[in-house]
Design a protein around this ligand. Structure first.
Ligand SMILES: [Zn+2]
Length: 225
């Protein structure tokens, strides 16, 4: 009876899109296999799923699918599980003594819901206030992309981006807002096409009302180019 209720809890957790921790749950032996060994194994697993569904893998159109999906999982959409792909932590001195908020907005987010393995598509807005160190602007995009390329929960993704930038910049004053559509909500289940999910994490000075307001005003700016 105990086991059954545990399974029900796990199902409900996934259905409600609730994550269990800030760290991506990884096993200790996660990197014992090389990427090419992982691709070989996953290829057979994908073939097994498609064959179980009754598809004829001898068809020219389907023949390459298992290998294609396996490579895409390991090298692309889940490539951010591999710590060697983490963007380098290079920073610069803040030569201009720019002491105001820096906002990088509308960073494209392509991630994958870890409960259904369907896409999460949206925008991230990231901000920090330098305490003497700055990062290249593209570094913020790369950090977002690195953590997005994992099976994810949007809340965890938001926090992981903030924590990484806090580490790199040596300041608590970092914030992130993500507005994203979850295809598991938009295309199946409740099939709500319009809804999106907004998550936010405010560190240091961004917890203060005025600083938070300034950031939120910037990301609402409708600038035309
Ligand atoms: Zn989902």
């Amino acid at each position: 009876m105990k086991i059954e209720s545990d399974f029900n809890d796990i199902d409900a957790l996934g259905d409600d899109h609730i994550g269990s921790s800030i760290e991506t749950p990884m096993r200790a032996d996660a990197f014992k296999l090389s990427n090419s060994e992982k691709i070989d194994i996953i290829k057979d697993d994908v073939r097994h799923i498609l064959e179980t569904l009754g598809l004829d893998l001898n068809d020219d159109s389907l023949n390459g699918t298992p290998n294609r999906v396996a490579k895409m999982f390991v090298n692309e959409i889940f490539g951010g599980l591999d710590p060697s792909k983490k963007p380098s932590a290079s920073t610069f001195d803040n030569k201009y003594k720019y002491g105001e908020m820096l906002v990088e907005k509308n960073i494209t987010v392509y991630s994958t819901c870890e409960h259904h393995l369907l896409p999460i598509v949206g925008r991230a807005h990231v901000a920090y206030i330098s305490n003497g160190t700055v990062v290249g602007l593209s570094k913020m995009n790369r950090i977002v992309d690195y953590f997005a390329k994992r099976p994810q929960v949007q809340e965890r993704l938001t926090i992981q981006i903030v924590k990484e930038l806090q580490n790199v910049l040596g300041t608590e004053d970092v914030a992130c807002v993500i507005d994203a559509k979850h295809l598991c909500v938009n295309s199946r289940g409740i099939r709500d096409i319009e809804s999106s999910t907004v998550t936010s994490e405010f560190g240091g000075k961004f917890k203060e009302k005025e600083t938070k307001r300034e950031f939120l005003d910037y990301i609402q700016l409708d600038t035309q180019f």
